[in-house]
Design a binder for this molecule. Structure first.
Ligand code: PAF
Length: 275
């Protein structure tokens, strides 16, 4: 696996590899990321290209009171995992190169950014959209793969590439879950044992609500039960809602996407399923 830490090296290495399937990450890789690399391998094979993964903890998408400084970092472990997964090129830009002090441009995606994570974390999607646009342009990615776990992020990135005519095809890949249903996330390691035991309830609550609605229960009743159940178990809910899958507008009609952000101690758990 080749490793690039500056833009000239990245461009030179990418030019040797043919069309790129990119997996953007912030590192602290887990099986969910590795499944994206596996999917990228299939895409790369189909276009006779190669797989690149970026590791960059993007300061622009963290708010002032968020966990940037404690975000888990394990460069050596991540590089070994990428190599073992068949990644061809790792892109590890530095913060100064990514965001020179005189930079004056950022990308604001309206529409799907507006509510939910966008409301709970002002500026978050501006940071995500800006770094993703830069990563696509830096690597010249023909395709880029994202986990469905961050459903709203996936829709924001899709909207951005469509609106800006960025020639990168966005592929969403299914959420990878622990055996008990908890969606894999780099932040799960911060759950205390009792919290870890409780955390799968988030997925179970979504599943119960989706099954209820599929059986004809009104959305308001199914969502009300899910919210009350999680609150009774000690979760603090930022939101639990049924939304239109692409616009993220709240809806009472199926098909939709059930999305949730629930806090357990210091950890915010995000999940979503089709409904
Ligand atoms: O999902 C993530 O890990 C990040 O938001 C991303 C897409 C790598 C952008 O920093």
């Amino acid at each position: 696996m080749r490793i690039a830490r500056d833009l000239p090296t990245l461009r030179a290495e990418a030019a040797k590899l043919g069309p790129i399937a990119l997996v953007p990450t912030m590192g602290a890789l887990h099986a969910g990321h590795i499944s994206l690399v596996a999917a990228a391998r299939r895409e790369a094979a189909a276009m006779r290209g190669a797989v690149a993964a970026s590791i960059f903890v993007n300061p622009l998408q963290f708010g002032p009171n968020e966990d940037l400084s404690r975000y888990p970092r394990d460069e050596a472990g991540d590089l070994a995992a990428l190599e073992a997964a068949g990644c061809d090129l790792a892109w590890l830009p530095g913060v100064e190169a990514m965001y020179p002090p005189d930079r004056a441009t950022a990308i604001e995606v309206e529409g799907p950014s507006a509510g939910w994570e966008g409301a709970a974390r002002p500026g978050h999607f501006r940071g995500v959209a800006t770094v993703c646009a830069k990563l696509f342009l830096q690597t010249g990615a023909r395709v880029a793969l994202f986990g469905e776990k961050d459903w709203q992020q996936l829709q924001v990135v899709r909207r951005m590439v469509a609106d800006l005519d960025i020639p990168t095809r966005i592929i969403g890949c299914p959420t990878v879950r622990e055996a008990d249903g908890l969606a894999m996330s780099s932040r799960n390691r911060f759950l205390a044992p009792a919290e870890r035991a409780l955390a799968p309830r988030v997925h179970a609550a979504l599943r119960d609500a989706a099954q209820g609605m599929a059986a004809g229960r009104p959305a308001a009743a199914a969502l009300g039960d899910a919210r009350a159940g999680l609150a009774a178990e000690g979760f603090v809910l930022d939101y639990l809602a049924l939304v239109e899958p692409e616009t993220l507008r709240e809806t009472a009609a199926l098909p939709g996407r059930l999305i949730v952000a629930a806090r357990l101690g210091s950890v915010r758990l995000l999940d979503n399923i089709a409904a």
